[in-house]
Write a protein that binds this ligand. Structure first.
Ligand code: ATP
Ligand code: MG
Length: 244
C-alpha cells in the first residue's frame, strides 16, 4: 500500500496582478510534519488554499491520498489563518462550531449520536476548552476561539491536517501545550502541514520544511541537521540544498 498523503507537482499560481507560486514541488508520506516558512506575502496561505481547493490552480497537479480532492475532502482538517474573528453575537455555541465539522462525514440530515458528542468532548478537552462548551463562540477571547477552531479541525479525525498560523494570538504557555498535542497526533500517524512565523517552534516539530526564499523560489528540506542559521541562509536565497 502506498503511504503517500500528498504530492504537489510543478504547481503555478498567480493572482491577477501578482505572481505567487512558481513550480512548487513536494510530497509527503503518512506521518510527515511539513512546516512552511517564508516572509509575509510569500504565498504560504495561497498554497494551503490551493491544496484545499479553495482556489483553482493554473498549471501543475495536486494529488491527495491518491485521489481527487472531492473524494478525500472529509479526510482533511483545516485551521485557517485568523479563524478567530467572530463578533459577540454570532449565534453558535462552541459545541455547535465543533460538531458542525462532522457534517461532511455524516451527511447533513443525519442526527448526531452519543459517539459524536463524546468526540466533541474529547477534542475540547484536548485543547483545554471543555468548560466553554455551551458558551457562544463570539463571547470567547481570540486565543480561546483559536483553540476551538483547532478542536473543530480535529473532531473528524483527519488524515491530513492543514494549519495556517494556528497559534497566532495564543499565549506562550498554551502554544507549547498545543504544539505538544499536535506533535502527539503526528506521532500517532496524522500528517500535518503548518505555516508559522515562529521558526524555532516549527523546526522543533516538523521533519520537513518548505521554505519560500527571498528570490521567489522554494526549498523543500529535511529538518534533520538543519540549524536556525542555515534556515536564515536559505530564506535569504542561498541555495544549500535542493530536491523534490
Ligand atoms: N485574494 C487575493 N487577491 C489578490 N492578491 C492576493 C490575494 N490574496 C493574496 N494575494 C497576494 O498574494 C501574495 C501571497 O499572499 P499569501 O496570503 O499567500 O501570503 P502568505 O505567505 O500567507 O503571507 P503571511 O505570512 O502574511 O500570511 C501576496 O502578495 C498577496 O498580496
Ligand atoms: Mg498567510
Amino acid at each position: 500500500m502506498n503511504n503517500e498523503v500528498i504530492r504537489v507537482e510543478d504547481l503555478n499560481f498567480n493572482y491577477p496582478d501578482t505572481a505567487v507560486l512558481r513550480d512548487v514541488n513536494f510530497n509527503l508520506m503518512k506521518g510527515d510534519f511539513l512546516g512552511i516558512i517564508g516572509a509575509n506575502g510569500a504565498g504560504k496561505s495561497t498554497l494551503i488554499k490551493l491544496i484545499l481547493g479553495l482556489l483553482p490552480y493554473e498549471t501543475g497537479k495536486i494529488t491527495i491520498l491518491g485521489g481527487e480532492l472531492q473524494d478525500v475532502r472529509a479526510k482533511i482538517g483545516y485551521v485557517s489563518q485568523k479563524a478567530n474573528s467572530f463578533n459577540t453575537d454570532f449565534p453558535a455555541t462552541v459545541r455547535e462550531v465543533v460538531i458542525a465539522n462532522l457534517f461532511p462525514r455524516k451527511g447533513l440530515f443525519k442526527r448526531f449520536n452519543k459517539a459524536d458528542e463524546k468526540k466533541v468532548d474529547e477534542v475540547l478537552d484536548l485543547v483545554g476548552m471543555s468548560e466553554y462548551k455551551n458558551k457562544l463562540i463570539g463571547s470567547l477571547s481570540g486565543g480561546q476561539q483559536q483553540r476551538v477552531f483547532i478542536a473543530r479541525a480535529l473532531v473528524s479525525d483527519p488524515e491530513l491536517l492543514l494549519m495556517d498560523e494556528p497559534t497566532v494570538g495564543i499565549d506562550a504557555a498554551s502554544v507549547a501545550d498545543i504544539m505538544d498535542i499536535i506533535c502527539r497526533l503526528n506521532k500517532n500517524g496524522m500528517t500535518i502541514i503548518m505555516t508559522n512565523h515562529d521558526t524555532p517552534t516549527l523546526l522543533n516539530a516538523a521533519n520537513k520544511l518548505l521554505i519560500f526564499c527571498e528570490h521567489g523560489y522554494e526549498e523543500f528540506v529535511s529538518t534533520s541537521d538543519l540549524s536556525l542559521e542555515r534556515i536564515t541562509d536559505i530564506l535569504a536565497g542561498k541555495r544549500v540544498h535542493k530536491h523534490g
